[in-house]
Write a protein that binds this ligand. Structure first.
Ligand code: PLP
Length: 377
């Protein structure tokens, strides 16, 4: 099988599975228990938090573990709107956020918030000035993702943070960095966002574990789950020790020689662009600068058909972010591409283990798809 869908999820390396197995079978104590097995688990969780925080570039006490990126996004929005409830009820976000941000925004609208959703240009880009121009004195929160999961566009979060600090210092800034963490170089302490969402399964960690960075300005955080007081009293529930161990091991593995890995992925993406550009009619979509995501379209060839055809050949790619019931995703729709182009958008996303041979096989299969079928009008 050739796996070119690392933006959907990633394979778990053996060392990550081993780290989790050791916790599940031997070091399975509850960190709240007094005896040694529990206290060892408590120390281990502290160590794993340090590891993930180290990879993010922040002190460990700024990081709270969550069950996934979706939870982190939901919590970030709720926490920011709660803390800034006296400032106002306006939110600025983009039309191309993950639904883990867009759906809570809809819910907040029903609670009386006003949401400004910024549209990207045809390249998928949203400049910092566009975001800052939408901010008002009553803007409680700006939520702009770091890397778009369908186009690979990198949004200017740092510039947005600088602009907010100069013009609207009380507005809080959240960034969904699920597709940016260990995929583009950044450090939490230099990025300037108050809230940063992470998810383990995009970097070789297990599914079902993520983290939310809470910056120093998050002083009045509404607990997500009230109960036994875990995660600094902000997210109760017995720590998912095996998942956390897996997250930390994945972050440690991915962070080792990260520069080299990112360079290799960027080279592979450049190679893929070159190879795919040889397919008649193929269009590159967006100006995604992230090294791991490449969106292209075969106008006239519906993306679901392409994905199924390649799947039969053992190649995994995706139709944008899973084409929803035959309609282009909200991200593709926001690019306002001609209908035939939008309907043919597919996404290839790379991991450090992918090779040129994987790209060659995918390019050949796509070329074969085009040769074997007539385009739909
Ligand atoms: N945000 C982005 C940009 C994503 O790509 C994803 C997952 O695809 C999520 C959030 C949700 O993360 P999780 O699957 O851990 O809930």
């Amino acid at each position: 099988m050739i796996y070119l869908d690392h933006a959907a999820t990633t394979p778990v390396p053996r060392a990550v599975a081993d780290a989790m197995y050791a916790v599940l079978t031997g070091e399975y104590g509850n960190p709240s228990s007094q005896y040694t097995l529990g206290q060892t688990a408590k120390k281990d969780v502290a160590r794993w938090r340090e590891t993930v925080a180290g990879a993010l570039g922040c002190p460990a006490d700024r990081l709270r573990f969550t069950s996934c990126g979706t939870e982190g996004d939901n919590w970030a929005l709720e926490a920011a709107c709660w803390q800034n409830r006296h400032l106002g009820r306006h939110i600025v976000t983009t039309a191309v956020e993950h639904s883990a941000v867009l759906e809570p925004c809809l819910w907040l609208e029903r609670q009386g918030f006003e949401v400004t959703r910024l549209a990207p240009d045809q390249n998928g880009e949203i400049p910092a000035e566009q975001v800052l121009a939408a901010v008002r004195p009553d803007t409680a929160l700006v939520s702009v993702m770091l890397v778009n999961n369908e186009t690979g566009c990198v949004f200017p979060v740092r510039e947005i943070a600088e602009g907010l600090a100069a013009r609207n210092p009380k507005t809080l800034l959240h960034t969904d960095a699920v597709q940016g963490f260990l995929k583009i170089p950044f450090r939490a302490d230099a990025l300037g966002a108050d809230l940063i969402t992470l998810s383990a399964h995009k970097i070789g960690g297990p599914k079902g574990i993520g983290a939310l960075y809470l910056g120093s300005r998050m002083r009045n955080v509404k607990p997500l789950l009230a109960g036994g007081g875990q995660e600094g009293g902000l997210r109760s529930g017995t720590e998912a020790t095996a998942q956390i161990a897996g997250f930390a091991k994945a972050a440690e593995l991915r962070a080792a020689n990260l520069g080299e890995k990112l360079e290799r992925m960027a080279e592979l993406k450049a190679y893929a662009k070159e190879r795919l550009s040889g397919i008649p009619g193929l269009v590159l979509i967006g100006r995604g600068a992230a090294p791991h995501i490449l969106a292209v379209s075969l106008p006239g060839y519906p993306s679901q058909n392409i994905v199924s055809d390649l799947s039969e050949k053992g190649i995994c790619i995706s139709a944008g972010s899973a084409c929803h019931r035959g309609k282009p995703s909200h991200v593709v729709a926001a690019l306002k591409l001609p209908g035939r182009v939008a309907a043919g958008v597919i996404r290839l996303s790379f991991g450090p283990e992918n090779t040129r041979a994987d790209v060659d096989a995918c390019a050949d299969a796509l070329a074969e798809h085009v040769r074997a079928r007539f385009p739909m009008l």
